[in-house]
Design a protein around this ligand. Structure first.
Ligand code: ZN
Length: 475
């Protein structure tokens, strides 16, 4: 009885569906941004990228960059138009969607608008191919620093945090759209190109060398690299089985006044396997399938970056910078901020990682480092730099890499360690990593987890450390 009536109503329902007139699908224009408060045009709406295949050729003598980006994405809306990010100094010559030519326009400095024919249905996978070329030039940030494809004496230093990626490939440039990558870089024969993940092949043809790398773990666009030039390389498999790829520019140095010293650069990279083991024990297993470092000489860049699996060093850095960039593989690269104003989630964690590394290697304890910083008065010049602005209340993108994001961010973690005790604190860091690996996070997520695991109400604590300007006096 029950079954029969169900069968009847199903037939009836099916008849209704068949009889309904086909509703006209509404197609929309995907958003030109992805809602980041600091970079409103970075990233786009209407789709998620699953995989990028980048094919980039570079002529260092003329700075000519010729590229093709092929990406596979899934539409999250019915789209009659969608955007990619690509800087205007790279001129697009062809766009295809699912193999068919599509009309397009470049505008607003970094937007490439594409009209696919036929239009794209929500939920469907589609393939976009973009060909472009131009003279490579760096992207300049609100704080005046440069990034993207930065020409050097013999190649290019390629780093993208926070918005350099569209300076060398067509991309959905939001950290929330992680994807896997194939990256092929063609350079003059004899030059080296290092990218993310593992090296698949190296081909020589017509006086050029093509390096093909593949990153099979999810990667935020800003963590891609393709640094190239004259390099000494050492590729090997570590005892743990992890491939390690290192590259040192023979002209690299500590600063402009010191002589080239590749031997010192190699010495700096030597502890990498031990650092990987140390943080694997502390935070959980290493998140990726290769590791390495690129020591270039890029004096106009002035900072190093934790590019996924291959940190980029702009010069011969001190040992703590190598510790910092490797710690970022856990915090920053595997567990990634969702929005740029939450940058302390990357930098505070990497800086505190330096402190705990020192503590466990015969150096000052993290608490001693905290105490030394805490002693800096608010009204001193150094104190103005350390205590303002609060790390999770940055006034704008020009403050992204200011001192509080690093030092006050790390102090927040050390103060939390004091407050909840070592057992809860170290379990919290492991859980933060385990739950959020390959995903994106916000400050609110961290506060919620800290409260849950400690059983404490921590609003006032985090308010004092993360949101209020000036030195916290009680917490
Ligand atoms: Zn960092």
């Amino acid at each position: 009885m029950l079954r029969r009536s169900l069968a009847i109503s199903l037939v009836f329902a099916a008849a209704l569906v068949a009889a309904a007139p086909a509703a006209a699908t509404r197609y929309v224009v995907g958003s030109p941004g992805s809602g980041d408060p600091f970079f409103p045009l970075a990233g786009n709406g209407g789709y998620n990228v699953r995989h990028y295949s980048l094919d980039v050729e570079y002529e260092p003598d003329s700075d000519l960059l010729t590229g093709k980006t092929v990406l596979v994405a899934r539409a999250t809306e019915n789209l009659r138009r969608f955007n990619l990010d690509l800087r205007e100094f790279l001129t697009v010559s062809s766009v295809r969607v699912n193999g068919r030519r599509a009309s397009y326009s470049q505008h607003s400095g970094q937007e490439l608008s594409i009209d696919p024919r036929p239009k794209l249905k929500r939920g469907r996978l589609f393939v976009v191919s973009v060909e472009y070329s131009g003279t490579a030039e760096p992207v300049v940030d609100p704080d005046g620093s440069i990034e993207g494809w930065v020409p050097t004496e013999d190649g290019a230093f390629v780093v993208n945090e926070p918005q350099g990626s569209p300076g060398w490939y067509a991309v959905n440039d939001t950290p929330r759209d992680k994807a896997t990558y194939d990256i092929e870089v063609t350079v003059p024969a004899g030059r080296v190109a290092i990218s993310n993940g593992i090296l698949l092949s190296r081909r020589e043809r017509g006086g050029k060398t093509t390096w093909h790398w593949v990153e099979r773990y999810p990667m935020a666009p800003y963590l891609a690299t393709a640094t190239n030039g004259v390099f000494e390389t050492r590729f090997r498999r570590l005892e743990s089985g992890l491939p390690e790829y290192n590259a040192v520019d023979p002209t690299t140095r500590v600063n402009a006044e010191s002589p080239s010293n590749p031997a010192l650069a190699w010495e700096r990279l030597e502890p990498q396997p031990e650092i990987v083991d140390f943080f694997s024990d502390l935070y959980g297993r290493y998140p990726f399938e290769s590791v390495g470092g690129i020591v270039d000489w890029a004096p106009n860049v002035g900072y190093s970056l934790e590019s996924q699996t291959k940190a980029n060093y702009w010069r011969i850095v001190g040992p703590s910078t190598v510790v910092h960039e490797i710690a970022h593989q856990w915090f920053g690269n595997a567990v990634t901020l969702a929005y740029w104003p939450d940058i302390w989630l990357n930098e505070g964690f990497a800086t505190w990682s330096e402190w705990i590394y020192d503590e466990r290697h015969g150096g000052p304890t993290a608490q001693e480092t905290f105490d030394e910083l805490y002693a800096i008065p608010e009204d001193s010049e150094e104190g103005q730099d350390l205590w303002f602005p609060a790390p999770a209340a940055l006034p704008g993108p020009e403050a992204l890499f200011h001192t509080p994001v690093y030092d006050r961010g790390a102090m927040t973690l050390q103060a939390l360690r004091q407050k909840v005790g070592d057992a809860v604190f170290f379990e919290l860091l492991r859980d933060w990593y385990r739950k959020n690996r390959y995903r994106n996070v916000t400050t609110a997520d961290f506060i919620a987890l800290a409260e849950r695991e400690s059983g404490q109400q921590l609003d006032a604590f985090f308010d004092a450390w993360l949101y209020q300007p000036g030195r916290p006096e009680s917490w």
